[in-house]
Design a protein around this ligand. Structure first.
Ligand code: SF4
Ligand code: SF4
Length: 126
C-alpha cells in the first residue's frame, strides 16, 4: 500500500480533463472557439453511435423486432423497405448489429452525441 501511495504522489492524475483542461470563463464562448482537450481513445469493440449501410439493407426488419428501446423505425425509400434509427433512444446494446443477416449495421466509436434536439440530423441515422 505504501508503495502505491508513493507511486501516486509522483504520477499525474488518471482522469482525462475533457473537454477542457481548465474551467472555461464562458461555456458558450469555449464551445465556439475553445481548444478541446482530446478524449481518451476508446477501446476495441466500443459500442458508440450506430452506422447503417442503407444499400446493403434487405428490409427484413429483424433489427426492429429485437430492439429493446424501440429506437428503429420502418420506412420506405424508392419502394424498398429500409429503416431509420433514432440514436437518442438507443441504449447501445448492439442486438440489432448481431441479428442483421447482411451485416449492414455497425457500432462506431463515436460517442460525443450531446444535442439540444433529439430529432437533429446528428441523432438520426437512415
Ligand atoms: S443498439 Fe440496441 S437499442 Fe440501439 S438501435 Fe440497436 S437494438 Fe436498439
Ligand atoms: S436487420 Fe439489417 S437487413 Fe434487416 S432491416 Fe435491419 S438493417 Fe436491414
Amino acid at each position: 500500500m505504501l508503495r502505491q501511495l508513493f507511486k501516486q504522489l509522483f504520477e499525474g492524475p488518471y482522469t482525462n480533463l475533457f473537454p477542457s483542461k481548465r474551467v472555461p470563463k464562458s461555456t458558450s464562448g469555449f464551445l465556439k472557439g475553445g481548444k478541446i482537450n482530446p478524449p481518451v481513445k476508446v477501446p476495441e469493440n466500443f459500442r458508440g453511435k450506430l452506422s447503417y449501410e442503407r444499400d446493403k439493407c434487405i428490409g427484413c426488419y429483424s433489427c426492429i423486432k429485437v430492439c429493446p428501446a424501440n429506437a428503429i423505425e420502418a420506412r420506405i425509400v424508392d419502394e424498398k423497405r429500409k429503416i431509420r434509427i433514432h440514436v437518442a433512444r438507443c441504449t447501445f446494446c448492439s442486438q440489432c448489429v448481431d441479428v442483421c443477416p447482411v451485416k449492414c449495421l455497425h457500432m462506431t466509436d463515436e460517442f460525443l452525441l450531446a444535442d439540444y434536439d433529439k430529432n437533429s440530423k446528428n441523432l438520426t441515422v437512415e
